[in-house]
Design a protein around this ligand. Structure first.
Ligand SMILES: Nc1nc2c(c(=O)[nH]1)N[C@H]1C(S)=C(S)[C@@H](COP(=O)(O)O)O[C@H]1N2
Ligand SMILES: [Mo]
Length: 428
């Protein structure tokens, strides 16, 4: 491919749908942009124009009228012929429709923290590649059952581990297309809410987010949420694509660019997200006032349906920790007139929509993120803030980042050292 034709594949990008003032653009071709952290946490359900965008190639321009997804079921029994069924958009929309609020996080979120240790292979991201959206569509399991799969998980068919592979339309930088897979039993469990999604936040998907249909796999890394669906295949092996086999894995610390080929086959493709949290305010360019109160804010999330059960803050570099307030839906606002914005209540009043945990159903699956706040009553001139979250599996974040070649799954304790402007000590 000549350099000029390589440019041309990016001639039809949806620039009008990209509200660039909300983003830090990490690469234009392919378009990779994370959300400015202070803009990220003003809403519990992230507005679409504040949702990060992560692409491995140009954005396909698909026609909803002619689009279809081909579902193939391979090797039902070794002698049985393969089954194939084609679903148009209207077929997907005729199946029972579901909605789920789920956080989408890129496994490369916070890669900058690993790059700070040693070079890594991948787009460098801060903490702005996680967003919480309301996704709508039909369940993947219902599509598979309509294509001939047994609906009962006790069926002998499920005694052999199988995989469901998704491939997207369009070009991808490292393989013939973008494809990946997840275990079939995960997708077939209706409680896991894996969707063939056609809607995001009540509207049809934007092109950047996979129009007309994408996979939504709550609790699983973003790399498996394949956009611009082309085909879905049930098979007895995981996807053979680059993005499954030679990417999105935590390689051991001796693996690097010259020897990684020997390590890729030995380690599993990432699936469930790990426990994560980030401080979004103070933001990078924010200045705090010494000896004044300040409300620290951020998000926390976990994978596999595990609930974030606490967020802790340390102001003494991890010696002691205090509990932050958590919000599992839009916080009520005492001073703002927008019901969808987070409140700026700084008086610590109880009725701000926060949850102390006693009202939460820990046995349910948790797919959304939580937002949190922590009030510092008097900001010291030398201020350091650290946060870490815990989930219902007893997992928390490591004190120090552990480097891996692909720079994935960095969930070390999140620390900021904001600038503090001197001011007279008040008597608050
Ligand atoms: N077809 C296709 N699907 C894809 C990708 C891609 O490049 N091509 N990127 C994946 C990755 S790595 C992530 S994190 C999410 C990002 O989804 P978003 O751009 O809607 O935020 O999409 C996933 N699905
Ligand atoms: Mo990703």
């Amino acid at each position: 491919m000549t350099p000029s034709s390589a440019q041309n594949i990016y001639a039809d990008e949806p620039w009008n749908d990209r509200h660039l003032s909300n983003y830090v653009v990490r690469a234009e071709k392919p378009f990779n942009a994370e959300v400015k952290l202070d803009k990220l946490i003003e809403h519990f359900v992230t507005p679409t124009e504040r949702h990060f965008r992560r692409n491995h190639g140009p954005i396909p321009n698909l026609d909803a009228e002619t689009w279809s997804v081909t579902v193939e079921i391979n090797s039902l029994a070794s002698s049985a012929p393969q089954r194939t069924k084609v679903f148009r958009l209207s077929d997907i929309q005729r199946l029972q429709q579901f909605e789920v609020v789920a956080v989408l996080e890129c496994a490369g979120n916070r890669r900058d923290g690993l790059k700070a240790i040693k070079p890594v292979n991948g787009v460098i991201w801060g903490a702005g590649t996680a967003s919480n959206a309301q996704w709508g569509g039909c369940r993947l399991r219902d599509v598979l059952v309509a294509a001939g799969m047994p609906s009962n998980l006790c069926d002998p068919f499920y005694e052999t581990p199988r995989h469901v592979e998704f491939a997207g339309h369009g070009e991808a930088s490292d393989d013939v297309h973008y494809a990946t897979s997840i275990p079939l039993e995960w997708a077939m469990n209706p409680l896991n809410m894996v969707l063939v999604a056609t809607e995001m936040n009540g509207h049809r998907l934007l092109r950047d987010h996979g129009f007309p249909a994408r996979i939504v796999a709550p609790g699983i890394i973003g790399a498996r949420w394949v956009k611009w669906l082309n085909y879905i295949r049930v098979q007895d092996r995981e996807s053979n694509c680059f993005y499954q086999k030679r990417d999105y894995k935590i390689l051991p610390p001796m693996a690097n660019s010259s020897n990684c080929e020997q390590f890729w086959p030995r380690f599993p493709a990432l699936m469930e997200l790990n426990i994560q949290s980030a401080i979004c305010r103070p933001s990078a360019d924010e200045r705090l006032q010494a000896w004044k109160p300040y409300v620290v804010r951020g998000y926390a999330l976990s994978g596999g349906g595990r609930a974030v059960d606490r967020v802790e803050i340390s102001l003494d570099d991890g010696v002691t920790w205090d509990l932050a307030k958590m919000y599992c839906m839009n916080p009520k606002s005492s001073s703002s007139n927008s019901s969808t914005s987070t409140g700026t209540s700084e008086d610590g009043s109880e009725d701000d929509g926060s949850s102390d945990g006693s009202d939460r159903d820990w046995t349910a699956r948790h797919w959304g993120w939580v937002l949190w706040s922590f009030r510092i009553s008097s900001v010291p001139p030398d201020c350091s803030i650290a946060c870490r979250a815990w989930d219902s599996g007893g997992n928390t974040q490591p004190a120090a980042a552990v480097w891996n070649y692909r720079g994935v799954m960095n969930n070390s304790v999140f620390r900021v050292h904001p600038q503090v402007a001197a001011s007279l000590k008040s008597h608050m």
